[in-house]
Design a protein around this ligand. Structure first.
Ligand code: ADP
Ligand code: MG
Length: 697
């Protein structure tokens, strides 16, 4: 049991604001608690003598409760919590609404509530919460119409209404819960606290949740990363689309942040993100009841060819693969199956298969060392008894200890068999794709548990020089920097081509002459950050053209914006683009997760192609390495079509060095190295732009 165990296993609960008034929240809570709770319920309400036959107390201090559920009007709610705190109550659920979700007066009230909770060290749920449940002590301290049945999932939700809907449905599906929490406004306890709690709770096997926002992304990653090494966490995070994010922020007032940050942050936290409620429960149920597969090879045993192909497609779309059988398995299938069957995966045992043939085939497949998991796929036939097949499936699953998903297709005919399967923790789906998704979740979680977290590398850098370069924006209206800040990268050990910024053609020539071969010349101006757009980059300039190129760049800048501040012209060594790949490495600060690193295919096409991947900084070496593998263009880096592979290790190191830079300096609000050219010989950052907040230096 975790630190919040007292919240979920109280002996005496005070309901402050208890009443019998029809239709009131205070009544609903009382009724639910009296119906369910094994301990004592103490109504507190100075304007009633008794509630449901129980004498009331005038104030919470007299209740001697270890949990107070607060349903009083918002104007007095903070005072009530203070009284509870003074009386030593350490667990409080504030049902009352009218706080941060309702404008500035409410926000101030919520601030007061937070201070009171801090003063008295109160573990506080809410405000604006439906309440909490814990089935082992029979506690339903919510005002919802449904109670949870006992189970081993714990469930948190930022929407109280969603809880009532889920419970209604889950009770029907035979899905039970250990604890249920309506997070409300998360003034004190938030998702990280409950993930931590349930991670420590022996009675919780799977943590699930519906979230609209994560307040402190970095704290969440840190907590969840530890918990998910053992306990699966499956979350629906809504607001995936811009429109959805907008809706979420008007619903709860949370700034949703970018979905890329959530995608990256949840991945780094080891959380399995579900795209829908169905996916959430499909994943949660298999994770609760099925063993983890040792390998990703799936065997499909089917009496129907068509659905066998469907499942093969679904496996192709997933991280799983079709298992290739050992010779002895193939021999066994040849012997057991009729000539028109298929001994290869998907194994077609043919429509006339009876229970015995099905059973034998399953036994053989489950016994194959190349098989990590099995899908039992069947259509109703005259010779097949679904009940018997279900019983055999359960028995063989237990015998081999490998995960099994069932796809007994059909309607009413399937129901009793599906129940037998469900009792043994084997989910049955009509759709083979859902069966595959379930097994996929198991495989993902196995990988999560096997992850070895590495601390980010700390490189030896020149922090002071970096600080000075960033400080150059102090006192300026425009705090953006371009290639004049290349030294920043150099200070953090990120390779940049030789070169300099000059403000006279003669100096440009001098720099060009000091560099072997032709050079690149670029206009340097805080007003022109997309230099190519105005013809402000000249690639392959021979020494004899440096003068003209210089004049031309200046006049282009003047034509573009007559009053542009022009720092000068950068003369830079050419990087070999023929053998190189232009990549982008960047950072954007996310309101919830902080520095969000981006890696992708770079150059001037980056916006159109959107071949990018994200991670929350700081990243470790394996995380940076994973980024270089995740983009569509990854094969390009590794030498596709006879090209020499680029220096991927150099890219990985650059990502890590940038990660360190943006972690060291919160003053860097955003930064792009585009392109970082990766050649077989190394990497070069040929362009940079960033925005600085000098107040944070
Ligand atoms: P901007 O992004 O402001 O247009 P860049 O400095 O990124 O300016 O230059 C635009 C493009 O010019 C790069 O994507 C790259 O293709 C090419 N380029 C820039 N600098 C070099 C260089 N030193 N060597 C080779 N090509 C370069
Ligand atoms: Mg660029």
């Amino acid at each position: 049991m975790g630190e919040l165990s007292a919240l979920f296993s109280p002996e005496r609960i005070a309901v402050v604001g208890a009443t019998e008034r029809a239709g009131s929240v205070g009544r609903a809570i009382m009724e639910n608690l009296l119906d369910s709770f094994a301990g004592e319920v103490v109504p507190v309400n100075p304007s009633h003598e008794e509630v449901f036959g129980i004498p009331t107390l005038d104030d919470v201090a007299a209740a001697d409760a270890d949990l107070a559920v607060v349903v009083v009007p918002p104007q007095i709610a903070v005072d009530v919590v203070r009284e509870a705190g003074e009386a030593g109550v350490r667990n409080v659920v504030v049902i009352t609404a009218g706080f941060g979700e309702t404008g500035s007066e409410g926000a101030a009230r919520e601030q007061d509530l937070i201070e009171v909770a801090e003063t008295y060290d109160i573990d506080l749920v809410g405000p604006n919460s439906l309440g909490i449940m814990s089935t082992p002590v029979g506690m339903n301290a919510t005002f919802g119409p449904e109670n949870a049945t006992e189970g081993r999932m714990s469930f948190m939700s930022q929407s109280g209404a969603f809880i009532t809907a889920v419970l209604d449905w889950a009770n029907d599906q035979g899905i039970g819960f250990k604890d249920v929490v309506s997070l409300g406004n998360k003034a004190v306890l938030d998702e990280s606290d409950f993930v931590r709690e349930w991670g420590d709770d022996d009675d919780t096997d799977v943590i699930i949740g519906y979230l609209e926002g994560i307040d402190d992304g970095q704290a969440f990653i840190e907590t969840a990363r530890e918990v998910t090494a053992e306990t699966p966490v499956v979350l629906v995070k809504s607001g995936r689309t811009d429109a959805g994010a907008q809706a979420a922020s008007s619903h709860t007032g949370t700034i949703a942040g970018s979905d890329q940050a959530y995608e990256a942050g949840l991945e780094q936290a080891g959380v399995i993100r579900a795209a829908s409620v169905q996916e959430l429960f499909d994943a949660a149920r298999v994770l609760e009841s099925q063993p983890l597969p040792e390998g990703d090879g799936v065997a499909v045993i089917t009496n129907a060819g068509g659905p066998g192909v469907m499942s093969t497609d679904a496996i192709g779309d997933s991280r799983l693969s079709m298992a290739s059988f050992t010779d002895s398995t193939l021999d066994a299938f040849s012997e057991a199956l009729p000539a028109e069957g298929n001994i290869y995966n998907p194994v077609d045992i043919v429509g006339d298969a009876d229970n015995e043939r099905f059973r034998d085939a399953l036994d053989v497949a489950l016994g194959d060392a190349n098989v990590g998991s099995v899908i039992v796929l069947s259509c109703p036939t005259a010779v097949l008894d679904y009940q018997q097949l279900a019983a055999d499936t359960v028995e063989l699953q237990a015998k081999h200890g490998k995960p099994v998903a069932a796809c007994f297709m059909g309607g009413a005919r399937v129901e009793p068999a599906a129940e037998t399967l469900a009792d043994a923790g084997i989910p049955n789906y009509f759709d083979p794709a859902r069966a595959v998704q379930g097994l996929d979740a198991l495989s993902r979680f196995r990988d999560i548990t096997e992850r070895e977290y590495q601390a980010p590398t700390t490189f030896d850098v020149d922090r002071e020089r970096a600080r000075e370069i960033l400080a150059s924006v102090e006192g300026r209206a425009d705090t953006r920097l371009g290639v004049e800040a290349m030294g920043l990268l150099d200070a953090y050990g990120i390779e940049t081509p030789a070169g300099d910024i000059v403000d006279a053609p003669a100096d440009a020539l001098e720099v060009a002459e000091s560099i072997d071969g032709d050079v690149v010349m670029k206009i340097v101006s805080p007003d022109i950050l997309h230099k190519s757009d105005i013809g402000g980059v000249k690639v392959g300039v021979p020494n004899e053209e440096v003068y003209d190129a210089y004049e031309d760049l200046i006049s282009r800048a003047r034509n573009y914006q007559p009053d542009a501040t022009i720092i000068g012209v950068q003369v830079q060594e050419m990087v070999d683009l023929d053998d190189g790949v232009e990549t982008i490495v960047g950072m954007n600060r996310d309101p919830q997760f902080g520095p969000l690193l981006l890696f992708g295919l770079g150059g001037i096409f980056v916006e159109t192609l959107e071949d990018t991947t994200f991670r929350v900084a700081p990243v470790s070496e394996p995380e940076a390495e994973a980024m270089t593998r995740e983009i569509d263009a990854a094969p390009l880096l590794r030498g596709a079509r006879g090209r020499e592979p680029a220096d991927v290790a150099g890219v990985v190191e650059t990502i890590q060095r940038l990660s360190q830079l943006v972690t060291d300096f919160p003053a860097i609000l955003e930064l792009d190295i585009n392109p970082l050219v990766a050649t077989p010989d190394g990497v070069e950052a040929v362009d940079v732009r960033l925005t600085v907040d000098p107040d944070q230096l």
